[in-house]
Design a binder for this molecule. Structure first.
Ligand code: NAP
Length: 262
C-alpha cells in the first residue's frame, strides 16, 4: 500500500478519464475506476496493475441510476484512502435543443450535473473533516460559449464551472483543492456517441496532451484550467470583469434604464 491518496475517477473506461487513470497510476496512486462498461474497466485495471504495480478497483456503475450512484457515493464517503475525486463522466447529447427530447435533455443534466454534484457532495464532508483532498471537475469551453450551438450541454458545463468556483470559495479555506478543467475539442468517443464527426472540426487535441496539461494546472493548484487557451490573460480579464460587477448587484432601486417613464 502506498502513502499517496487513492484517486476515484468517473468515466474511466475511455477518453479523458482513461488517460487520467494512466497518469495517476504512473504517479503511484491506487485507483478506483467508475463507468458502465465493466469489461473495459477491467482490462484497463489489469494493464495499469501490471505496468505500475498500483492497486486498481473497478466500480461498475451507471451514474444516472439511483442504486448505482448510491454505491459510488458510499465508497467516496467511507473509503478514507480516497483523497482525490476526478468527476469526469459526461456526455454531449445529439444535435441542438429541439433535436433532443425532454427526456434526453433531462438525462444529460442527470449525468453531467446531478451525478457530478452528488459525488462532490458525498466526498466533500470527509475531505473537510480531514482538512485535505481534491475535487477535479471536468467542464468544457462550451460552458463559456453559447455560440457553439450546444445549449443544454453547454449549460451543464457552465454549471460545472460555477459549482467548482463556488466550492473553491467554500471548501478551499478548509483545505480542499477544487479544480475545473475546461477542455475544447479532444479526440474521444464523445463525438461519435453524440453523432458528430470530430475530424470535421478545425482543431482537435489528443487526450494525452489535454490530460498532461490539465495535470500541470492541478500541480499548480489552479482553480480554472483551460488547456487550449493560449493567453491566460484573457481568462483573467473575463473573470475580473465579472468580479467588477459583483459589488454593483446590491441595490435598493432598479437601474435608471428600467425606471418607468413618469
Ligand atoms: N472530448 C471532448 O472534446 C471534450 C471537450 C470538453 C469536455 N469534455 C468532457 O470530458 C469528459 C470525458 O469525456 P470524453 O471526451 O473522454 O468522452 P468519452 O470517451 O465518451 O468518455 C465518457 C466517459 O463517461 C462514461 N459514462 C458515460 N455515461 C455514463 C453513465 N451514465 N454512468 C457512468 N459513466 C458514464 C463513459 O463510460 P461508459 O460508457 O463505460 O459508461 C466514458 O468512460 C466529459 O465530461 C466531457 O463532457 C470532452
Amino acid at each position: 500500500m502506498t502513502s499517496k491518496p487513492a484517486i476515484l475517477i468517473t468515466g474511466a473506461s475511455s477518453g479523458i478519464g482513461a488517460v487520467y487513470a494512466d497518469r495517476f497510476a504512473k504517479r503511484g496512486h491506487d485507483l478506483v475506476l467508475v463507468a458502465r462498461d465493466g469489461a473495459r474497466l477491467a482490462s484497463l485495471a489489469e494493464r495499469l496493475r501490471s505496468e505500475t504495480g498500483v492497486a486498481v478497483d473497478v466500480l461498475q456503475a451507471d451514474l444516472t441510476a439511483a442504486a448505482d450512484i448510491a454505491r459510488v457515493e458510499a465508497r467516496l464517503r467511507d473509503d478514507s484512502r480516497i483523497g482525490v475525486l476526478v468527476n469526469n463522466a459526461g456526455a454531449a447529447g445529439h444535435g441542438g435543443f429541439l433535436d433532443q427530447s425532454p427526456d434526453q435533455a433531462a438525462d444529460l443534466i442527470n449525468l453531467n450535473v446531478t451525478a457530478l454534484t452528488r459525488l462532490a457532495r458525498a466526498v466533500a464532508q470527509r475531505f473537510v473533516e480531514s482538512g485535505a483532498g481534491a475535487i477535479v471537475n471536468i467542464g468544457s469551453v462550451v460552458g463559456l460559449a453559447p455560440e457553439f450551438s450546444m445549449a443544454t450541454y453547454g449549460a451543464t458545463k457552465a454549471f460545472v464551472l460555477f459549482l467548482s468556483q463556488g466550492l473553491h470559495l467554500e471548501l478551499g479555506p478548509k483545505g480542499v483543492y477544487v479544480q475545473a478543467v475546461l477542455p475544447s475539442v479532444t479526440r474521444t468517443e464523445i463525438w461519435e456517441r453524440s453523432g458528430r464527426d470530430v475530424d470535421a472540426l478545425p482543431a482537435v487535441m489528443e487526450t494525452a496532451e489535454l490530460v498532461d496539461a490539465a495535470l500541470v494546472g492541478f500541480d499548480r493548484r489552479e482553480t480554472v484550467t483551460i488547456p487550449p487557451l493560449p493567453d491566460s490573460g484573457q481568462w483573467d480579464a473575463f473573470d475580473a470583469a465579472r468580479q467588477a460587477m459583483v459589488p454593483n448587484f446590491m441595490q435598493a432601486h432598479a437601474a435608471e434604464r428600467y425606471r418607468a417613464a413618469a
